[in-house]
Structure formats: C-alpha cells, structure tokens
Design a protein around this ligand. Structure first.
Ligand SMILES: [Zn+2]
Ligand SMILES: [Zn+2]
Length: 180
C-alpha cells in the first residue's frame, strides 16, 4: 500500500488534520505510519489533497515509503542489519535520505517544504547535515500554534520551556528540519 492508500484511509479524523488558515511550511517525514507530510506550525498531518500534489510528486513519496519498508524489513533480520537502519538515517547521503530529499524538493514546488532529518535518533542535532552550519530555532509564529495544537497542549502540561525543548531547528538553505 502506498501513501495514496494511507491518504484514503480514515485513520485520522478531520479534526486531527492541519487547520492552519495561512499556508504554513510543511515537512516530509521518513519514519511514519500514516501521513508523511506535516505542518511545521501545528505538527498535524496535511493531506495531499490540500496541497494539490501532482502524480509525479506522490510517486516520489511512494518511492520513499517503499525504500523505508525495504530497509526496515532488512534491519529486522539481525543485529547487523539494525545498524544498517541507523546508518541510513544518520548519513544524509544514504539511499533513504536522498530519495526523501528528492521527494521534498518536488513537494517544495507546491508549498515550502522541509525534509525531516532524524540523525541516529539519540543525539541532539545542532548542525545541518548538508552544509554543516548551525541549525536555527524556527521561531516565526511556531510556538503560538504549537501551544494551541492538541500535541503542544499535552507537552505543555509536562514541560516548561517548550519552545526551547521542542522547537524545530531548520536550515533554510538546505531545507532541513530536525526536532530535538
Ligand atoms: Zn497546521
Ligand atoms: Zn544546511
């Protein structure tokens, strides 16, 4: 099942989708089980329909999905392969990340889109994996909406300084986004 399948499924109720009135930037995720595209401001899924993605772009996202599944299947075979998955995420030039950034560039033609870089998922990422410059905290109105979102409200109950802790970091030049 490709992403079109996910999109047509009813896993997400309407109120769980991005409702931001202005066209906010979005990001493409590799690790996912439902909607691969989310809104940077509210973190909720943005349906393909809302973005008017063309067939070619949806195919490129499908390619990312199938590559991810292939690597996931391989890595579940043994310990040795587990490190393969970590390496795929960590290395910005790995197959997964290259295919992901290809898809992100295509989506970017429809709306400003970042690629979600996860690294090895244990370290706090401070530098852009592409240009090596320091990532910048993404401030532009983000946190107001983050706090208004169900996701943000839950986090606020648990943590103070939510902006600093959970604010996304970006490299505008390379269209990379990370979350602490
Ligand atoms: Zn939104
Ligand atoms: Zn960069």
């Amino acid at each position: 099942m490709g992403y079109e399948g996910f999109e047509s499924s009813e896993i997400f109720l309407d109120e769980q989708l991005c409702k931001c009135r202005t066209l906010q930037p979005i990001f493409l995720m590799v690790v996912l089980d439902s909607f691969p595209i989310r809104c940077v401001y509210c973190f909720l899924p943005v349906p393909f329909k809302k973005l008017n993605l063309d067939k070619k772009t949806i195919e490129s996202i499908d390619k990312l999905s199938s590559t991810y599944k292939t690597v996931l299947d391989l890595s579940s075979d043994s310990k040795k392969h587990e490190s393969l998955l970590v390496e795929q995420f960590k290395n910005i030039n790995s197959k997964i990340n290259l295919i992901g950034r290809e898809a992100q560039k295509k989506i970017n033609e429809f709306r400003r889109c970042y690629f979600h870089y996860t690294g090895d998922m244990s370290l706090h990422i401070t530098d852009c994996p592409v240009c090596k410059k320091s990532l910048k905290l993404f401030k532009e109105g983000t946190f107001k909406l983050l706090k208004e979102s169900p996701f943000g409200k839950n986090l606020l109950k648990k943590f103070k300084d939510i902006e600093i802790i959970f604010g996304p970091r970006i490299c505008k030049d390379c269209s990379i986004i990370t979350f602490p």
